[in-house]
Design a protein around this ligand. Sequence first.
Ligand code: KIV
Length: 273
Amino acid sequence: MRTTLLDIRKMKAAGRRIAMLTAYDYPSARLADRAGAPLLLVGDSLGMVVHGHDTTLPVTLDDMTRHAAAVVRGAERALVIADLPFLTYATPDDAVTAARRLMQEAGVQAVKLEGGAHIAPTVRHLTQFGVPVMAHLGFTPQSQHTLGVRVQAKEAGCAKRLIEDALALEAAGAFAVVLELVPADLATEVSARLRVPTIGIGAGAGCDGQVQVWHDLLGLFETSPRHARRYAEIGAAIEQALSAYVDDVQEGRFPTASQSSRMDPDELARALA
Ligand code: KIV
């Protein structure tokens, strides 16, 4: 059975922490689903970790739709959420168009969008038409040129605004709120004030759940952000495996008879006659 919004609510009510992670394609979704993650995010971070851009801004709705469809095919039980990319939800009507593609073409169960109280009307518009919305506050990568990549809301005024934003988004119908790069004590306070779960990334242990980027958790790149724990060194393992393959080909050790097939010598003789 696939995770539902009600399950997520119940997890918060029961004090059960929610583990979410990103997935960008069929194999990553399959593995994350089998690992038991109840929520998978097709993040627009794919622009950086999959496509090699410096920011999430170049990611298009076509990119998101293609990746999200592959994730949906790989996820049997997790609820799949996809980011609405940069400037695709500047108006409520735009947001409906973008959400329609992600839900109808890709088959995701929910969308995520970045921003505070100013997008509450958009969240209300979407949720009224049956689109489950996850909100995203604190450091919002689509605004990184305005915000800078750093911990947000450290001053009283900004912290107060973040709490108000979270309450406004909950009131507008958001089913969860991502808190990215927010002081842990503030995130704990926001989590206590909301009925819907908070999902933290670089926001401390007081959130109702955590989200991490696939590549950061698995050590695909040489470095990971400070808020990530590297659970494996898959990048180094892949590099080692690939260089063993390259060496084997160069030295004639691959393929061997067990990776090859033979034909009947008579057939070969006839073919060469
Ligand atoms: O795009 C993404 O991966 C995200 C998470 C970091 C929350 O928005």
